[in-house]
Design a protein around this ligand. Structure first.
Ligand SMILES: Cc1cc2nc3c(=O)[nH]c(=O)nc-3n(C[C@H](O)[C@H](O)[C@H](O)COP(=O)(O)O)c2cc1C
Length: 217
């Protein structure tokens, strides 16, 4: 039996589980990137993880735009800067000062940038599950992004999720097809540094809950 057959019949080995736990603990949202290019073969390997993701009705509703041109990158960056300024205006006092000092995107530096969408109109999956809860398609894309995120981290790369954006403006600037819903804008590259602590926690914006709350019914 090969390794895949061994695993098909049961659990993964202890050593693997320890590594998987580490991978999940050390996944970070990254906003500070080195400018060096990402190896295309490595990027492809990580993107392939998306094809292993669960999706409602097997609808595979993820759609990806790779943002390469200066014009598209500039439009996305301007969009972020405007949305970020508007968000800052919604805070006051110490919180505004704290917000102003957060770095909430690596869009100036990240060598790879993707806009990831959900095709809300796909017929793949024949509506199974999505007929009752259409939002499940979008959750499927989020599930796929999580696999991509972990896969990048395993390669020593980082991903930063940018949601401080006007999605309608971005869709127009990127000429996204009708029916595609923006899930997020993603910066990818080699992190300047790695940490076991979320940056929003180390900067004092928010802290992680250390206990998982589960209510019984
Ligand atoms: C749906 C979603 C949207 C996010 N949007 C942003 C964002 O716009 N800018 C940002 O800096 N981080 C963003 N993040 C990252 C979170 O701030 C980060 O996941 C959280 O602070 C925990 O840190 P960690 O991912 O390093 O564990 C987003 C994360 C998710 C899941």
């Amino acid at each position: 039996m090969g390794p895949e057959e061994d695993i098909l019949s049961g659990a993964f080995p202890d050593g693997f589980r320890t590594q998987l736990d580490l991978l999940m603990r050390l996944r970070r949202d990254v906003r500070r990137f080195r400018r060096d290019p990402v190896d295309e073969a490595v990027l492809t390997r990580c993107l392939n993880a998306i094809q292993h993701a669960p999706s409602v009705g097997l609808s595979e509703p993820w759609r990806i735009l790779r943002i390469n041109s200066d014009a598209a990158r500039d439009a996305a960056l301007k969009n972020f800067e405007q949305a970020n300024a508007a968000a800052l205006a919604g805070y006051s006092g110490d919180q505004a000062e704290l917000y102003a000092n957060l770095k909430l995107s690596g869009m100036r530096e990240a060598p790879v940038q993707l806009a990831i969408y959900c095709d809300d109109e796909t017929t793949q999956g024949h509506g199974l599950g999505a007929a009752t809860m259409p939002e499940m398609r979008r959750y499927s894309v989020v599930a796929a992004i999580t696999l991509f995120w972990l896969s990048l981290r395993a390669e020593g790369l980082g991903l930063g999720w940018v949601s401080v954006l006007d999605p309608d403006q971005l869709n127009r600037d990127l000429a996204a097809p009708d029916g595609w819903q923006l899930i997020g804008y993603f910066c990818i590259g080699t992190p300047e540094a790695t940490s076991g602590t979320p940056e929003l926690e180390s900067k004092g914006w928010e802290s992680r809950q250390h206990a998982l709350l589960i209510e019984a019914r």
